[in-house]
Design a protein around this ligand. Structure first.
Ligand code: ASP
Length: 427
């Protein structure tokens, strides 16, 4: 079986087992001690170790591949141009995502007639301000940035090192060779981890669905359904048409090539934890050159969250309707702007989109405790929006690489060749 089919099987089996255990009483230690023990000591342990191992690779992988990437980018292409195109595409697609979300939410009216009484208990956490997010991009201590896993700072430092390597003559060349070797070793670790993925994914989903059946969804079915619909629409219409228009390549092949990363995104609900896989897939299956992918993928995993922006747009309309408040046109524009910025400020880890939603609600004067209304279904929505977040990173990477002539179309189009490539990387 191909690796992505194995991961998919792990996912489906995990969900089925979780739902069965949930219907047998869930992971309540008083009622079903055996199930609770299995969930807590087997699924939870393996799932957590799996996610921890993914995160282990993020900082070294990003640092070394981006140093190599920016050093070679300096030779082949104009770095500023790539950065500009990438950031512009990330922002534009996110703004489209929120606008789409607001439009559809206003047609569906998911929040009309919702009882807001139970929301009073929610205590909002402080959302970061845009100024802090911007200043936070610049590192004062590279090691601290790595220890804290502050990806934007690691990205800035790695680009600086890459550019300096280019200007440092012979010593630069030696350092670059070293970085390339280390980067190869780390990619090898990613490949090892990918082979363990089906088991990790199985445990993550079995645990989640044992403790969370579908009961929470029923009350909020319209809210849930609207988000799922817009997520689907954004990926299947906006991404595919942009991609086809800009590259003249088949968008279905793009999604097929990205599949392992999308399955990881769904299972971990974290763009950051998925990033090693996204980078691997972007290089070996999509065919983007490392000089592009090593910049666009880590950046995207940190700042580009279209799925999150969609949730925030719909949640805003939902909360406004639930409280019987009307939004004006200029408030809608403010939602588009803040949700786009909030998606930049959202860290690619589970559930953060709900915290930065506070920023959007505050901006238009909606009650922040309204978040309490939707928190019950957010875990499942998080999985789905993370898939869209990661798809967006892959789509923009392919478009930017193609526009620089750095997308290997043979790798993109030829699955058998990709497997060869994959095997070469996996050894
Ligand atoms: N879980 C999302 C991600 O990692 C962020 C969020 O919306 O909470 O991409």
């Amino acid at each position: 079986m191909q690796l992505s089919s194995k991961i998919l099987s792990g996912m489906v089996l995990g969900i089925i087992l979780g739902l069965v255990l949930n219907s047998l009483g869930g992971a309540d230690p008083d009622q079903t001690p055996l199930i609770a023990w299995i969930v807590d000591n087997i699924f939870d342990v393996i799932g957590k170790v799996f996610v921890i191992s993914l995160k282990l690779l993020v900082v070294p992988l990003v640092f070394f591949s981006l140093v190599c990437g920016s050093a070679s980018m300096g030779e082949d292409v104009k770095m500023g141009q790539v950065a500009f195109k990438t950031i512009a595409l990330y922002l534009v697609t996110t703004a489209i995502a929120v606008s789409l979300a607001l439009t559809i939410a206003n047609i569906v009216d998911p929040g009309v007639g919702i009882n807001t009484a139970e929301a009073a208990n929610y205590v909002a956490k402080a959302a970061p301000s845009f100024k802090d997010v911007f200043i936070g991009i610049f590192p004062s201590n590279p090691f601290q940035a790595m220890v804290e896993g502050n990806m934007l700072q690691v990205i800035v430092f790695a680009i600086l090192v890459g550019v300096a390597i280019l200007q440092a003559g012979e010593s630069g060349k030696t350092v670059l060779r070293g970085c390339q070797m280390i980067s190869d070793v780390i990619m090898r670790m990613v490949a090892i981890l990918m082979n363990l993925a089906p088991y990790g994914v199985f445990c993550l989903l079995a645990k989640l669905f044992t403790s969370q059946g579908f009961s929470a969804i029923i009350n909020l079915a319209l809210y849930f359904g609207t988000i799922v619909f817009v997520l689907f629409l954004h990926a299947s219409v906006v991404y595919t048409s942009l991609f086809a228009l800009l590259t003249r390549l088949n968008p279905l092949t793009l999604f097929k090539n990205m599949r392992p990363a999308l399955l990881f995104a769904f299972s971990t609900s974290s763009s950051n934890a998925t990033m090693p896989i996204t980078l691997n897939v972007a290089r070996t299956r999509v065919g983007a050159h490392n000089s592009i992918a090593s910049f666009t993928i880590p950046l995207g995993a940190t700042v580009n969250m279209d799925g999150t922006a969609i949730m925030q747009g719909i949640a805003t309309v939902f909360i406004a309707q639930a409280y019987g408040l009307d939004l004006t046109m200029s408030e809608y524009l403010a939602v588009v702007a803040t949700a786009t910025l909030a998606s930049i400020g959202t860290a690619g880890v589970p559930g953060v989109g709900l915290i930065t939603l506070a920023m959007v609600l505050q901006q238009v004067g909606l009650p922040v405790e309204g978040i309490g209304l939707i928190i019950g279904v957010d875990r499942l929505l998080d999985m789905m929006r993370t898939v869209v977040n990661v798809s967006g990173d892959g789509m923009v990477t392919a478009v930017v690489a193609d526009s620089e002539g750095l997308l290997d179309r043979d790798v993109f189009n030829d699955l058998s060749e990709q497997d060869e490539h994959q095997k070469a990387i996996a050894g």
